[in-house]
Write a new protein. Sequence first.
Length: 471
Amino acid sequence: MQLKHIIIMMSLGITIFLAPILILPQFSYSLTSENVKDLLSQSDLTSITITGESSQKVEPDQLSLILNVQTLPNIINSTVSTREEAVKKVVDSVLSVAELNQTSIRIGQTNLNPIYGGNLPQPATLFNAYSSVQIKTDADNLAMLSSNLLSSGFRIDNIQISQVKVPLNKTVSDKSVDVSIVFGSSTPNNLEFYSPSEITIDPGTTVIWTNKDAATHTVTSGQPSIGPTGLFDSALFSPGKTFEYQFNTFGIHDYFCMVHPWMAGTVTVPEGDEFSTETKYQININVAIETVPAPLSDTIKAYEEKLVALKNTLASSGISSDSIQNNQVNFNPVYYGYGGGQYSVYSTYTQIIVKTDLTKVESVIKAAKDSGASVENIIMSVSDSKIDEIRTELTHQALQDAIKNAQEIIESSGLQIKGIKTIEVNTNPVFQYGGGPVTYRGVNIWTPYDPLYVRAGEVSVSVKVGFEIGK
């Protein structure tokens, strides 16, 4: 090797003190090969560091199969358990047909993916419950009742106040009127729904509705277009059951079925000269029963406990359970916005890397497919045993290359290699995702993925040797 031009930075042994500042002057100058020869010949013992390299083209002797195992969407605990079972099934199936000494299996990364939408079933893991309970009272109890509800932790959705005329001297009446829910009322084209559908009664009269249909119904005050008024509500009652209500309020009282809104009727309580009346305020309070997100069984239990607590609060305020109308309860799955966001179902994707002998490829692929795995990629690759064999030879050649390079530098200086102080192997390459040099099993390779397999091509070994040289 002939050195054309070398720049050497030399520090001279001269120290100049100026105040507190220490200055070490440095000079640089160009050297020719003759200058280098002179400098080396002046040293009795020195050291140099030389790099040696060796490379070799390798041919594939095995196949690397990239399999993937996916699970169907399910709640997270079931998905993880199913994934473990599915992966084990694939591994056992592959090992049953492959030679153990010629096959290696590695489980790659598993991705746990939330399912956001689509037509897949989404059984949510968490639910909250909500119901609006309607309470009837009068103006005298409003302040105390509101205070008791709020202090017990309940939220009041709204308060409705209306004026009604009631008999001045209310007396207990034994008058009653029967109304039948006609068979077939659950069908909109039925000839009639209530029999009779319109009645006029005196104050204090009790109306008794009997369900003679085959379906479940409600008798709810109000109109389908405006909703319940809160005066009375039977809730759902089944065939053969009855519901009764005593009318002590004058006026025209419409009612309908919450389940079948085409069913409608009217009860009229007219004012007359024989009845003395007074105007009172009727108060309807809607109280919300809400629960925090929890598993469904816990949510149901929490709702029942809150309903009992509400009834106890009302009882302590002098409100009987007859004045409570419990509307529909909604159990809502929670997907977003709680604890950083939650998704109800997940699927998994797991990569399995199988390296096997060329003669076993067909049987391994069949075993993988039969056990539920998909073949993502097939790559001709080099086995670890072959890399180990090449590494030994390449490392020896790289060391010989470093010795040769060192001898070329010092051959004209009259110096000789006296010994080796340090040897570093493959110190520069590091793994880079997306492509780049990587050191795998002692050799440098280039791979665009993970060094789980080595494609055919050039592999190399580099060494950095510190030589001690002298005369």
